[in-house]
Design a protein. Structure first.
Length: 457
């Protein structure tokens, strides 16, 4: 039985109490945990390279495409499942898979086996984002949606902070143990122990999704989608055909931000190690603090956008983000120019205000424009595009420029600077174009909903 027929709880759509915020809290916690599993390997570049004999370019494939391609590919069927089946079970499946895959990566003995482990992490994590945003969109009214999704999206920032902060401590602990011999497995290096320590708790954490109930789906389309020629068509196809200019401009802009963000999270730990000669135990807490500070700004951003939207700025979600990118562009341009480690950390924290929460704005726009039947798929498609472009190409661009253009590992900062600054510029221009199409699209969606409500009377 599909979820559309199996809902057990009815929501008024306006009341927001403890149950609603508990749902957000559980999703937030799992999102934090997903980022720890995702990013911990970025702090293990040097020991993995030394143990497995890998190059920067090979590590860029592990950091980027090995995770990103499967994350985005499996996001499409996961988005389809989110729109049709119990979302809690979709999340439970995903958390279990990515946790086991992280542990499996700890047994890697070669480039190929490590890549397989990262592929499994990508497959599992693909389930969380579409399901989480679908649940939140149905649990909260539109006037409070941006703040609720901002709280959830803080998990990305908090997850980065926990990954770098707690990760540094776990790495130090594993290194203190040295090589560990396991029955039937053999000798494991400290970096392998780190991956197993990080992955193991997820098997228990997955069950947390059953501590809240599913909200009733809102915004279901009551009429069949019809094309310009009068023929019936799928809701997703109809929506894309009517809003293709908006979707194209948004995907270009958000993909550019994704390239910037994933390049930073993948290579900044190694950049700090090479440039400022800090070990993980020292730079981990510093990066953690910067990510925590950036996370707090999401709450203020969400409140500001909700305030603007409530006062009639229908395109507030995207307009605010474009202004934010423009305001922080100078910080992105200066990030890899400064030679003071503390100034670098401050600029890094400022840039992080823009990079991680981009999917927050995608989900908010999707909730305003799209029928419920396609929201999960729409977010999954957005993740498919932005993840492939961001994590699939961002870290690889950096590694390629360093290895094949400069042919000097000491030029990592220059490579990062090129990728980050150009990404900011492309994102700002593309999203400014998208603003031309967003307000009319919102007005069409509101008219569609009004027509459907009138037809039901």
């Amino acid at each position: 039985m599909t979820l559309l027929k199996a809902q057990t709880r009815t929501s008024s759509g306006e009341g927001v109490g403890f149950k609603s915020w508990w749902l957000v809290a559980v999703l937030f916690f799992l999102y934090v945990f997903s980022w720890v599993d995702r990013l911990i390997i970025a702090m293990l570049v040097s020991p993995i390279k030394a143990d497995l004999g890998l190059t920067d370019f090979q590590m860029s494939l592990i950091l980027g495409p090995a995770f990103a391609i499967c994350y985005s590919l499996f996001g499409l069927p996961m988005g389809w499942a989110v729109d049709r089946y119990p979302r809690r079970w979709v999340i439970f499946f995903g958390v279990t898979v990515w946790s086991l895959a992280t542990m499996a990566a700890g047994f890697a003995r070669s480039f190929a086996t490590l890549m397989l482990g990262r592929i499994g992490v990508g497959m599992g994590e693909a389930a969380l984002m579409p399901a989480a945003y679908s649940l939140i969109a149905d649990e909260f009214p539109k006037r409070k949606l941006m703040f609720a999704t901002s709280v959830y999206q803080m998990g990305g920032k908090i997850g980065s902070a926990v990954a770098f902060g707690l990760g540094g401590l776990i790495i130090a602990f594993a290194e203190s143990l040295g090589q560990v011999s396991w029955p039937l497995v053999g000798v494991l290096e400290p970096w392998q122990m780190v991956l197993m320590i990080v992955g193991a708790p997820g098997i228990a954490f997955a069950a947390l999704v059953f501590t809240f109930s599913e909200p009733t789906r809102k915004g279901l389309a009551t009429a069949k989608a019809v094309g310009k020629d009068g023929r019936e068509m799928g809701h997703l196809r109809a929506f894309a055909g009517q809003n293709w200019q908006l979707l194209l401009a948004m995907m270009i802009g958000f993909s550019a931000i994704a390239i910037c963000g994933f390049s930073l999270t993948s290579w900044v730990p190694e950049y700090i190690s090479r440039t400022f000669h800090w070990p993980p135990a020292k730079y981990g807490p510093a990066l953690s603090a910067m990510n925590l500070l950036a996370a707090l700004t999401l709450l203020f951003n969400g409140k500001i956008v909700d305030w603007l939207y409530a006062r009639g700025m229908k395109d507030a979600h995207l307009r605010f983000y474009v202004c934010l990118i423009a305001a922080l562009l100078p910080a992105a341009a200066m990030l890899f120019v400064v030679d003071n480690r503390y100034v670098f950390l401050g600029l890094y924290g400022v840039v992080q205000i823009v990079t991680v929460p981009f999917i927050l704005y995608v989900s908010a726009v999707s909730a305003m424009l799209a029928p419920n039947e396609i929201r999960g798929q729409l977010i999954a498609i957005a993740l498919f595009i932005t993840t492939n472009m961001g994590m699939g190409f961002g870290p690889v661009f950096v590694g390629f420029i360093t290895d094949f253009i400069f042919q000097d590992e000491g030029k990592l900062g220059v490579s990062l600077g090129i990728v980050v600054t150009s990404s900011f510029v492309v994102a700002m221009l593309s999203l400014a174009v998208a603003l031309r199409y967003l307000k009319p699209a919102i007005e069409r969606s509101e008219q569609r909903q009004a027509d459907q409500a009138g037809a039901q009377l």
